[in-house]
Ligand binder design. Structure first.
Ligand code: BGC
Length: 370
């Protein structure tokens, strides 16, 4: 994987391990552009590796209750594997995260047709979304965090979307074992925008077990039920009395096989939760816990929705990092975002960005132990 060491920046603070570093190495070439791998390390020893191909988080380590750092995300060792076939492992998803029904929407009286790449629907930005482009990258240093800024210009008409969209995503690693992700965008024509991070988490460390014993908490009284093609019907359904109630931390496997029509459509969980008290400010809205390792991940976000996908389409056909086979439900996604298909649901919070406006959202994944 490592094709040559390039640069090492240090943000030096006092004390033996008080160092935040970022290292850059070559990862490969795509579309005639150089993809690098940036390794961010904090003073605790937590490591986040990010490639500017797709803005992918390739590695993310977190300590267990014995202080042992292990990788808690799925992915590949080599760029070529990402290029061949990746179910959005660790990527930035855009211009629109999740589905838009039949790839169609009407905006200011004009009908747009997007690329369709998921049955009849548009998924995660289309055939070549933000997960499949090379971003420009710039390391930034601050006193208490190390950051990588990625930028991409999505041209007018890309995948059918209106407007030139200037996008920036800033990843920051702090000395408190937090990974912060900030998303920015500006457009010259009105367009839907819904950016998210598509990390597949498995807190057992290098996928020792599946994710069914992970306990999940989601601060949501409602979720958005879907049709058989996973498009929201428009209803906000109470989670009360359903397998979608995660208001108390609950093992993911506890109800996943219940005879429930929604679970049947998703082949498990693949739904959007309507986060409580989402008023645009950063709030603790979800948490994931692996009782065996003690690893605990809290999610703070300013977004109104959370797509929880329980890795239902992983089937053992993918061999990932270190030769590990990614079997059914060996990873799960917690994507902070707006609701799927919002451009066709005026009753959902709006995802339309207009010229002169600044899109800015933030999500923090904080790692600790319990
Ligand atoms: C979607 C799933 C999809 C997965 C991988 C998730 O965000 O909700 O339906 O299979 O991404 O593509």
């Amino acid at each position: 994987m490592s094709l040559g060491f390039f640069v090492l920046w240090n943000v030096s603070c006092s004390g033996k391990h008080k160092t935040l570093t970022i290292k850059k190495e070559r990862f490969g070439m795509f579309d005639g552009k150089q993809a690098n791998l940036y390794t961010l390390t904090n003073d605790k020893g937590m490591v986040v590796k990010i490639t500017n191909y797709g803005g992918i988080i390739q590695t993310l380590t977190a300590p267990d209750r014995n202080g042992k750092f292990e990788d808690v995300v799925l992915g590949y060792d080599r760029l070529d594997d990402y290029l061949k076939d990746s179910p959005y492992f660790g990527a930035i998803v855009g211009r629109y995260g999740n589905r838009i029904a039949r790839g169609r929407f009407t905006l200011d009286g004009v009908q747009y047709q997007l690329a369709t790449n998921n049955g009849p629907n548009h998924l995660h930005g289309g055939i070549k979304g933000f997960d499949k482009v090379v971003w420009s990258a710039e390391p930034i240093h601050e006193k208490d965090k190390v950051r990588l800024k990625l930028t991409y210009l999505s041209p007018d008409g890309e995948e059918g979307y209106p407007g030139n969209l200037k996008v920036a995503v800033i990843y920051s690693l702090t000395n408190h074992n937090e990974l912060e992700i900030e998303y920015f965008a500006q457009t010259d024509k009105a367009t839907p925008v819904n950016l998210t991070h598509h990390g597949y988490f498995n807190l057992t460390g290098h996928c020792k077990r599946d994710i069914l014993e992970h306990q999940l908490w989601i601060n949501a009284d409602y979720f958005t039920p879907v049709d058989s093609t996973l498009i929201p019907t428009g209803e906000l359904r109470p989670v009360e009395g359903t397998p979608f109630d995660f208001r108390q931390p609950t093992a993911i496997g506890a109800r996943i096989n219940d005879p429930d029509e929604q679970l049947k459509y998703g082949r498990g969980y693949d739904h959007n939760w309507v986060l409580n008290q989402a008023d645009g400010t950063l709030k603790l809205q979800a948490a994931l816990y692996d009782p065996q390792s003690g690893r605990y991940m809290q999610i703070y976000t300013d977004q109104p929705g959370l797509q929880f996908y329980s890795g239902n389409f992983l089937d053992g056909s993918i061999v990932g990092k270190g030769g590990v086979v990614y079997k059914h439900r060996y990873g799960l996604c917690l994507e902070t975002q707006h609701f799927p298909d919002s451009p066709n649901h005026p009753e959902f919070p709006s995802t339309i960005l207009r010229p002169g406006e600044q899109y800015h959202t933030k999500t923090i994944y904080k790692f600790s132990i319990k």
